[in-house]
Structure formats: structure tokens, C-alpha cells
Design a protein around this ligand. Structure first.
Ligand SMILES: NC(=O)c1ccc[n+]([C@@H]2O[C@H](COP(=O)([O-])OP(=O)(O)OC[C@H]3O[C@@H](n4cnc5c(N)ncnc54)[C@H](OP(=O)(O)O)[C@@H]3O)[C@@H](O)[C@H]2O)c1
Length: 335
């Protein structure tokens, strides 16, 4: 089997490619700069130099295109639309103009659907109401894919927040907790659907063969959703910290993330906390229903949360990304 992966140098893409290789799939990875293969360094993949707007020649017998390339964190709002919307449109148009009809999997996000309200879970069929430029741009990307669902077998996956080894955004939360604080919103319980990266990869692997129905959207996340306070306390215990909950007003939380974002910008670091993130975070409830994926794909996120977190924290420690010493068994060990 042959798969083409965009975004393979990144967090999720690199885990996906490792899993594809383990399944014996021949992998073609789009890299903007082959001198910066990121997490793909040393893996037996066919590197194709190019980008979403200038695609290199592709094998004609591709089984699946996994489209993960995207911008989730940037200070330039236009970049979200350029890459997530127009980049997706350009990729699809290139496949079309070459007469290629592989199974096309667009990795979107629960941000495209928007937050939940009134303590309910958001379903795939609910009217989308994204609240951030990231979410809006990913929704536009989804629409580009879905409008071709009669000519290609297309699936849109909406993972909740994905965590696991290699992810730098989750590291930001861990570092705040490691510092001794649990940031919460005053008067608003924060909930989010999340998924361990290895579970998200298992969902993706199902699309090495065409889906039963083209044009479907699936939320993929562990169930039940995480309550931020309880989740953060579990993390604090894993880190061996007595972290203190800080309940910020919406205004203070906005100012805090803006200041943190500015600091990252000045340092030239990844902007995990930025205005798009803030707009989402202040909504508080990002819980989704995952029964459609269970019913139609037979997919459920299987890794127990404590195991997934222990593996993730152990990996960060091994890389020296966290300072606090180990206080609990590191699960199955770092990957
Ligand atoms: N992480 C999460 O919590 C999460 C949750 C839900 C959905 N998602 C979605 O999952 C996908 C992967 O996320 P991630 O966290 O793995 O992201 P990531 O680590 O930031 O990786 C992003 C990837 O996209 C590539 N890319 C960016 N702009 C590109 C362009 N113009 N042309 C070609 N490639 C480009 C990057 O390549 P370079 O190495 O060249 O920069 C990198 O390989 C994204 O589409 C994101 O929206 C992520």
C-alpha cells in the first residue's frame, strides 16, 4: 500500500508515519525543506520536496492521502487561512488535475465545529460555530474536501486536543503546572475532549482502505471529556507538584495569554498561547460526542488516560523538557 502524508514532520504526522511504516505501508512525505525533516529524521520514507501550493510528482497508485499539514499557532491571522483553507484547496485541485483519486483524509479539529453550550456535547451534525481564526480556517478546509466527496472517497476527522510525546503545546500546560499553578477560569468549569496521539493514529490507520461512506465527518476523542481542574491535578501528581489552582477572570486570563504570547513572540518561540487560542480557551467548553466514530468506524480511544499521561510525562523528562524529578512509575516508557 502507498500513502502520501502532508505535515509529516510535525507532531501528529510523525507518529502517523511511524505507524504506517510499522504496517508495511510505503510512505511518501511532503516536506517543505528536506534539510529540516523534523521528527522524520532517519525514517525510511520517500521525501517529496514541495508544499501545498507546489506539489511534486506523486505516484499514480496512491491508496490514501493523509492531509495533516496545517497552521495551529501563529501570530499572523492570514496564515491560518492561507495554509488551512487555501493550502487544502490547492492540494485537492492538484490531485484532481492529475486524475488521482486516492482515499482523502483531512485532519481537521473540534475547533472547526466550535464550542459546546449548556453542558451538552457537540455533534458532527450541529451547525458549526467556530470562534477563532484557526477554527474558521479549518472549517473552510473541511468544506474544500467535502465538496469533492463525489469524486474522491473523502473523510474529515475532527480530533479533540491531541497530546503525547513530541507535542510542544501540551508542554506549555505542563510547564505551568510544574511551576506550581493550575490556571482555571473563575466561575466557568473548563471541559475539553482530548485524545492521546497513539489513539488518534489508530483512527487514521482505518483509512488505508476507502471508507464505507464518502463525505462524513467524525469527532475523535476519548470519552468522557476531560475536566481541566481534575486533569491538571492528575498532571500535578505525576509531576510530583503541589500545584495551586489560580482562578482567573476572563479579562485576566485574556491578559495573561496575551502577555505569554508576546513573550514567545519576542523569544521567537512557538506561540502556544496566542489570541486565537485565547478566543477558544475563554469559551470553556470543548466537549464533543464521539459515538458516530464508535458506531460507523468501530473506533474508540482505548488508551487509559493515566497511562497516556504517564507515557507523555516520561517522554518529556527523558528529553529534558521538564525539570521536576520523576515521582511515579513512567508507564510503558517513552516512545
Ligand atoms: N495537535 C493538536 O492538538 C491537534 C488537534 C486537532 C487537530 N490538529 C490538526 O492536526 C494537524 C497536525 O497538527 P500537529 O499538532 O501535528 O501540528 P505541527 O506539529 O505544528 O505540524 C504541522 C505540520 O504542517 C506542516 N506545514 C505547515 N504549513 C505548511 C505548508 N504551507 N505546506 C506544507 N506543510 C506545511 C509543517 O511542516 P514544517 O515542518 O515544514 O513546518 C508540519 O509538518 C493540523 O492540521 C492540526 O490542525 C491538531
Amino acid at each position: 500500500m502507498k500513502a502520501f502524508v502532508t505535515g509529516g514532520s510535525g507532531f501528529m504526522g510523525s507518529h502517523l508515519i511511524e505507524a504506517l511504516l510499522a504496517e508495511g505501508v510505503e510512505v511518501f512525505a511532503l516536506l517543505r525543506d528536506p534539510r529540516k525533516p523534523g521528527w522524520l529524521q532517519g525514517l525510511p520514507v520517500n521525501v517529496l520536496e514541495g508544499n501545498l501550493f507546489s506539489l511534486p510528482p506523486l505516484p499514480r497508485d496512491l491508496d490514501t492521502v493523509f492531509h495533516l499539514a496545517g497552521v495551529a499557532k501563529t501570530s499572523r491571522e492570514a496564515d491560518y487561512y492561507t495554509v488551512n483553507h487555501l493550502g487544502t484547496a490547492s492540494l485537492l485541485a492538484s490531485l484532481e488535475s492529475r486524475g488521482l483519486k486516492p482515499c482523502f483524509v483531512y485532519v481537521s479539529t473540534t475547533s472547526a465545529g466550535g464550542p459546546s453550550s449548556g453542558g451538552t456535547l457537540r455533534h458532527e451534525s450541529d451547525l458549526p460555530s467556530p470562534v477563532s481564526p484557526y477554527g474558521r480556517s479549518k472549517l473552510l478546509g473541511e468544506r474544500e474536501a467535502l465538496r469533492r466527496s463525489r469524486s474522491l472517497p473523502v473523510t474529515v476527522l475532527r480530533p479533540g486536543f491531541v497530546f503525547g510525546p513530541r507535542d510542544k503545546d501540551f508542554l506549555t500546560l505542563l510547564k505551568i503546572i510544574d511551576f506550581g499553578f493550575i490556571p482555571l477560569l473563575r466561575g466557568i468549569p473548563v471541559r475539553a475532549s482530548a485524545i492521546y496521539v497513539q489513539d488518534a493514529v489508530r483512527a487514521l490507520l482505518r483509512f488505508l482502505r476507502p471508507p464505507v461512506r464518502s463525505g462524513e465527518i467524525y469527532n475523535i476523542a476519548a470519552s468522557p471529556p476531560l475536566e481541566l481542574e481534575a486533569f491538571s491535578r492528575t498532571l500535578a501528581a505525576l509531576l510530583g507538584r503541589k500545584a495551586k489552582a489560580i482562578r482567573l477572570s476572563r479579562r485576566a486570563a485574556g491578559l495573561f495569554t496575551a502577555a505569554a504570547g508576546l513573550a514567545s513572540r519576542i523569544r521567537g518561540a512557538r506561540q502556544s498561547l496566542n489570541s486565537s487560542f485565547t478566543r477558544e480557551a475563554l469559551h470553556g467548553d470543548w466537549a464533543v460526542d464521539v459515538n458516530k466514530a464508535a458506531r460507523e468506524l468501530g473506533f474508540r480511544a482505548a488508551t487509559p488516560l493515566d497511562e497516556a499521561l504517564a507515557e507523555t510525562v516520561a517522554w518529556y523528562r527523558l528529553r529534558g523538557w521538564l525539570n521536576s524529578p520523576a515521582t511515579s512509575p513512567p508507564g510503558r516508557g517513552p516512545t
